[in-house]
Write a protein that binds this ligand. Structure first.
Ligand SMILES: Cc1cc2nc3c(=O)[nH]c(=O)nc-3n(C[C@H](O)[C@H](O)[C@H](O)COP(=O)(O)OP(=O)(O)OC[C@H]3O[C@@H](n4cnc5c(N)ncnc54)[C@H](O)[C@@H]3O)c2cc1C
Length: 479
């Protein structure tokens, strides 16, 4: 008979659910008795989709997943294992939501170069063509290994050093705001874009690295969805009724497998016992386990460990997260000007408005089927949240700011028929300079003290949903 291990998972976001699913499906040689502790009344963490009465889908958190790389494949494999393949809505490389990406600079929209022709000539706001800057980088640096190999630098510094200040201001800065709502001047290049750093270290040129880098072949373990994504050149996907469909299905199947999902159960303290077990102190009382998978933000974990492991706790507490105000807007008309994924706003243009996503362009399948509508999401705050925040500000204050941004930046004069504010407090961990050594120290501490604990979640090794799923799988496989 297979031996059985008890595993606690603290945090019922996608990382915790994916880890539980991986364990629940593995029965040999060990089977697992899994309990998830989730402090709120629902699972899913930042994955929060709402379907309006008219059938529009509004996302308060993640809205799409990239299928690229090992993480992208892990996410597709999970979708397949859950039997959700018929719910997938994919966008391929030819779609205008992929080719049309904009930045809003000097009070107007500028389409970013996509395709060879647009890279050959200077396109406003850049004074030089993108190809010129890439070739200059290649010409100047090819074969030259960076002298500061072991040090870290900011994303902004890296782009400024390799390309130009314009590239740092108009590409790196808005890109960081779009992906992590963070400040390129503070974010670590090595932690946020390890592959690009690797190109520099290995080839001495970003272009050479991108050209010579070999794609990792699809493995036998990958599901048919991974093959389909490659064949059809998918660039992003979501699910019918939004990303929360993934959470709902995980919840359903985990419950069916006997995983004990305890909602409204906050882990208040965690201590490691001399017999090798771990004790969870939650609102439900004391329970001990053979192993714990911590799938909650690093800062929250730091607070839970402070009395028994103050050194580890203080390291975990250094990983800060920022707050994003997400405002979903629905307009009761098909607005023709919308043809692209959306636009990002560099911090030198407007610190508080990070960007606007044209949701209806990427995924029109998530618009109402019964009446004409256009959906936008305005992302605000992030590393600049203190600049837009007002003490005692009502929801209406943030909503009005978002409506004004759509009016001023996209020329939409109509009033929205539906508005929804999601104030996502401390939602995206920031991989600032020194993040990688800090994470290394945290993992080393756990190994050195032989703690029966795994760390997963967005705080450590990738903030994207797909990274969270892959890292959860890896952690579950290591138990
Ligand atoms: C606004 C926004 C937009 C995003 N857009 C995208 C996107 O388009 N694509 C993409 O790939 N990624 C995106 N992301 C990132 C991605 O959604 C997150 O990184 C991911 O969902 C994090 O999942 P997680 O399980 O690691 O953490 P979380 O979702 O934070 O889950 C942690 C869970 O732990 C619980 N918890 C906390 N403390 C305790 C405690 N003491 N006891 C018990 N439970 C506790 C919390 O309630 C929560 O449910 C976005 C994130 C945000 C916020």
């Amino acid at each position: 008979m297979a031996a059985s291990k008890s595993v606690a998972i603290v945090g019922g976001g996608i990382s915790g659910l994916a880890a539980a699913f991986r364990l629940a499906r593995r029965t040999s040689p060990t089977s697992y008795k899994v309990t998830i502790f989730e402090s709120t009344d629902r699972a899913g963490g930042w994955i929060q989709s709402t379907v309006t009465d008219e059938g529009n889908v509004l996302e308060g958190g993640p809205r799409s997943v990239r299928p690229a790389g090992l993480s992208g494949r892990a996410a597709l494999n999970l979708v397949y294992e859950l039997g959700l393949q018929n719910s997938i809505i994919a966008v391929n490389s030819k779609h205008q939501a992929v080719s049309n990406r904009y930045i809003y600079v000097y009070n107007k929209l500028h389409k970013l170069p996509s395709g060879l022709m647009s890279m050959l000539k200077p396109i406003s706001p850049f004074s030089k063509s993108l190809m010129y800057m890439i070739l200059r980088d290649w010409w100047m640096h090819y074969g030259t290994k960076p002298s500061l190999k072991d040090s870290d630098e900011s994303v902004y510094q890296f782009f400024q050093r390799r390309f130009s200040t314009e590239m740092a201001d108009f590409l790196a800065d808005p890109f960081c705001r779009g992906t992590s709502a963070g400040d390129a001047r503070k974010l670590s290049m090595k932690a946020c874009f390890p592959q690009v750093v690797n190109y520099e270290e290995q080839y001495g040129s970003i272009l050479a690295g991108a050209l010579l880098d070999k794609a990792i072949p699809i493995s036998e373990a990958d599901c048919p969805l991974v093959y389909q994504a490659k064949k059809e050149r998918w660039r992003m996907w979501t699910l019918q009724n939004g990303m929360e469909t993934l959470v709902n299905e995980l919840f359903k199947q985990l419950t069916k497998c006997g995983v004990n999902i305890q909602l409204n159960t906050k882990c208040q303290q965690m201590s490691f016992l001399s017999d090798g077990k771990v004790m969870i102190n939650s609102s439900e009382g004391l329970q001990d386990f053979d192993h714990v998978i911590c799938a909650l933000p690093a800062k929250n974990l730091g607070a839970i460990l402070s009395s028994q492991h103050p050194t580890l706790s203080s390291k975990l507490s250094k990983i800060e997260s920022i707050t994003v105000a997400v405002v979903n807007l629905i307009y009761d008309e098909a607005i023709p000007a919308v043809n692209g994924f959306g636009h990002l706003v560099p911090s030198i243009e407007s610190p508080g408005i990070l960007g606007i996503i044209y949701d209806s362009c990427g995924f029109p399948q998530l618009d109402s089927k019964t009446k004409s509508s256009t959906r936008f999401s305005v992302l605000m705050g992030g590393a600049w949240f203190s600049q837009i925040h007002k003490e005692n500000a009502t929801d209406d204050y943030y909503i009005q700011m978002a409506v004004n941004a759509v009016r001023n930046q996209l020329g939409v004069k109509l009033e929205p028929s539906t508005v929804k504010l999601s104030m996502q407090r401390d939602c995206i961990p920031q991989y600032t300079i020194g993040h990688l050594p800090l994470v290394r120290q945290i993992f080393d501490y756990i190994a050195m003290h032989s703690l029966p604990m795994s760390l997963v979640g967005a705080s450590y090794q990738g903030i994207g949903l797909a990274d969270c799923i892959r890292n959860a799988n890896l952690a579950a496989d290591r138990i």
